[in-house]
Design a protein around this ligand. Structure first.
Ligand code: NAP
Length: 256
């Protein structure tokens, strides 16, 4: 789909990756609808990118419903909002399980299903871009809620892509690895071993641009060796676990 002139709803617009995505899309002539909970951050961003601000809490089902009511006017839905959900499963209180599920999984599912229904009813094509993670490909200790929702988002995205293809609605999953300088990983201040390479928020924005323009099933925004390690880890979880124990990955996650 052409980005110039497209009306694009971006969730998680106030975050590290959201801001980079919004700026890149604005530069390419998109008409943006920016959403998150932080009104002031969204207003600051909109002053730079243009577009409209819609404050919404994706953990609040009535806010998600209100967003759904306006999806008919949207050409591209980018479900980028996400929360970390780290720590041992033994420390996961039910309300934090609910919150991570609502934001990372239920909201993208409800928004994309409603978006597709409204576009199809209007006889229009459209594009959904989900922002997943390498944590949707390989599991790590102390990351169960995040892994659970990102694995779920990946399965959901790849499945609805097949459901919606005959109706002219594209679905792509953008899969970042570790992103430096801004965003949830950078904010955590975790030091990676020297051999682990990162990517930047603008690389993620470029991945989103590619997803909108060409509708690939997945766009990996990670160095090839990290993608390969994650993919092999997903295929052989037992070996991956042993390797992670040896590298101390569990201790790194526990620090988050
Ligand atoms: N940064 C990375 O290294 C990395 C790697 C892989 C995948 N990702 C994925 O990339 C996406 C963006 O992450 P990021 O790094 O930009 O994180 P971030 O800086 O923490 O931003 C998270 C965004 O989600 C929004 N959000 C959180 N809870 C919300 C809620 N209840 N309702 C509405 N919006 C909510 C936040 O807005 P408010 O707080 O204003 O509501 C913010 O805009 C996420 O899906 C994340 O899983 C990031």
């Amino acid at each position: 789909m052409d980005i110039h002139g497209a009306r694009i709803l971006l969730t998680g617009a106030s975050g590290g990756l959201g801001r980079a995505i919004a700026q890149e899309l604005a530069r390419r002539g998109a008409d943006l609808v920016l959403t998150a909970r932080s009104a002031s951050l969204l207003e600051d961003l909109a002053a730079r990118t243009g577009g409209e601000v819609r404050v919404a809490d994706l953990a609040d089902r009535s806010d998600v419903e209100e967003l759904c009511a306006t999806l008919g006017e949207i050409d591209v839905l980018i479900a980028n909002a996400g929360v970390g959900g780290n720590g041992s499963v033994l420390e996961s209180a039910v309300d934090s399980i609910d919150r991570v599920l609502e934001v990372n999984l239920r909201a993208p599912m409800v928004l994309s299903a409603e978006f597709a229904r409204q576009r199809i009813e209007a006889g229009r094509s459209g594009q959904v871009v989900m922002v997943g993670s390498l944590s949707g490909v390989v599991a790590t200790a102390n990351s169960s809620l995040y892994n659970g929702t990102k694995f779920g988002l990946r399965g959901y995205s790849l499945a609805i892509r097949q459901d919606l293809e005959p109706h002219g609605i594209g679905v792509s999953l953008v899969v970042p690895g570790f992103i430096d300088s801004e965003g949830m990983f950078a904010d955590n201040g975790i030091e990676l071993p020297a051999f682990v390479r990162t990517r930047s928020p603008s690389d993620v924005a470029a991945g989103v641009v590619r997803a909108i323009r060409s509708n690939p099933a997945e766009v990996y925004v990670s160095p090839p060796e990290l993608r390969l390690t994650a993919t092999l880890g997903g295929l052989a979880p037992g070996i991956s676990e042993a390797l992670q124990r040896r590298l101390g990955v569990a201790d790194m996650s526990a620090e988050r």
